[in-house]
Design a protein around this ligand. Structure first.
Ligand code: NZQ
Ligand code: ZN
Length: 382
């Protein structure tokens, strides 16, 4: 087990009707004038935005709306949000939505106090040391951005989708009402399930030895998700299953399941190139990428995959473990090939060159991946 620092300053406010506390929490943590970020449609249609705005007014918090943030969020909206925050002299940002809304809010938060181009942080040209405070009302259990220090933004010019990770961007508070996820389309629920499992597996497939507690926490969380998934897919209004999944999505990515060891993240990097080039939903992309990556690395490094198979799916070999993962993904309606993802003629050389341009010549730690290996892994998705 390696040395580690683990800091999650986020106040998680969990349960039914907790969005009614948005005003009180915003007044305490975000100041008295906020940018209110939301997505394309769902938060307005469900009445959530109205409830949040009523709560803000009651707490005396002024707000400026910044809506229509699209999935796989892009840099143009970040620049727009930075300008708006500066013009309005906002003191904080509240994100009402999923990963795309939260990540946009975080990028704006990091960009406002910085005199240069916010993309400098994502391009690795500058280190973020301060940000406006961000709060969250979560509407989908998936990306885990409500508890992470990550923000994933696509630069339209060049089509690069890049993740920045810094504790400076961890939300001050995250309101988690599982009932808000009951309006999700089945496809988005399933995408979220795949994504949270991937966040755990990116940390679990590690060569660092003697992390028994962290391994067992990962396996327990994965097993719980595998058991809960069919319940929410069969009955979207199963509050208890939604509640457990929502907390699983947060725990999967707030860092606690990675402590003490090297993490991998090759599958995420490979998926981000698919989302950037073809606009696919992140979780659906991971459903195709992760088993293909496992197929490839199992040739060199199979012990941990066998342990995963035994402890999560009750099977013996690495091949059975990977097959069980594919069967699970398919059972919740997720694709397992690029064609099923809607990418019938993938430009694999371009995916590989974009990937290594962004991430460097070698990616990941479990089985470091060079361009020739990346190409083989993309081909395993056909
Ligand atoms: O825009 P609206 O109308 O709200 O629709 C959204 C969107 O179409 C809809 N939705 C969300 N909550 C809903 C709902 N529909 C009905 N009822 C609700 N309660 O779901 C769709 C997807 O929303 P999005 O925010 O894109 O989903 P998700 O949370 O999966 O976020 C995906 C983004 O997060 C990034 C991904 O790459 C992707 O860009 N990630 C962010 C991470 C982080 N910051 O830590 C880590 C992840 O690995 C991931 O890369
Ligand atoms: Zn993810």
């Amino acid at each position: 087990m390696n040395n580690f620092d683990f800091c999650t300053p986020t106040n998680y406010v969990f349960g039914r009707d907790t969005e009614l506390r948005a005003g009180e929490l915003a007044a305490a943590c975000l100041g008295n004038k906020i940018l209110l970020c939301f997505g394309g449609h769902s938060a307005k249609a469900s009445g959530l935005l109205d409830r949040v705005e009523t709560s803000l007014r009651a707490a005396g918090v002024e707000f400026v709306e910044f809506g229509d943030i699209k999935p796989n969020p892009t840099d143009d909206r970040v620049y727009e949000g930075i300008d708006l925050c500066r013009r309005e002299n906002a003191s904080g940002i509240l994100a009402v939505g999923g990963g795309s809304v939260i990540d946009t809010a975080k990028a704006i938060a990091g960009g406002v106090p910085y005199s240069g181009d916010f993309w400098d942080f994502w391009a690795g040209k500058a280190v973020m040391t301060e940000a406006m405070p961000v709060g969250v009302v979560l509407t989908i259990a998936a990306a885990g951005s409500e508890g992470s220090g990550n923000s994933v933004i696509t630069k339209i010019d060049g089509g690069k989708k890049v993740s920045l990770r810094t504790n400076v961007l961890r939300p001050r508070f995250s309101i988690l009402n599982p009932a808000l996820t009951e309006t999700l389309p089945a496809y988005q629920t399933a995408c979220g399930i795949v994504d949270m499992m991937a966040h755990i597996m990116e940390r679990y497939f590690s060569n660092t030895r003697d992390c028994e507690l962290t391994d067992r926490l990962c396996e327990g969380a994965l097993k719980a998700i595998v058991d809960l998934a069919p319940r929410v897919m069969a009955d979207p209004a199963d509050y208890q299953a939604r509640a457990n999944l929502m907390w699983a999505g947060t725990v999967a990515h707030n860092g606690i399941l990675g402590v003490g060891r090297e993490e991998d993240w090759t599958s995420h990097a490979m998926e981000h190139e698919l989302s950037a080039l073809y606009g696919v939903a992140h979780g659906a992309g991971l459903s195709v990428v992760f088993p293909a990556w496992l197929d490839y690395v199992a040739q060199f490094n199979s012990d941990k995959i066998e342990q995963f198979g035994r402890r999560v799916f009750g099977v013996e070999s690495s091949a059975e473990a990977i097959a069980a993962l594919r069967t699970f993904n398919r059972a919740i309606g997720m694709p397992i090939t690029l064609a099923e993802l809607g990418i019938t003629d993938p430009d694999i050389p371009l995916l590989v060159s974009n990937l290594h341009d962004t991430k460097g010549p070698l990616i990941g730690n479990f089985c470091p991946t060079d361009p020739s290996a990346s190409e083989k892994i993309y081909r395993l998705m056909l």
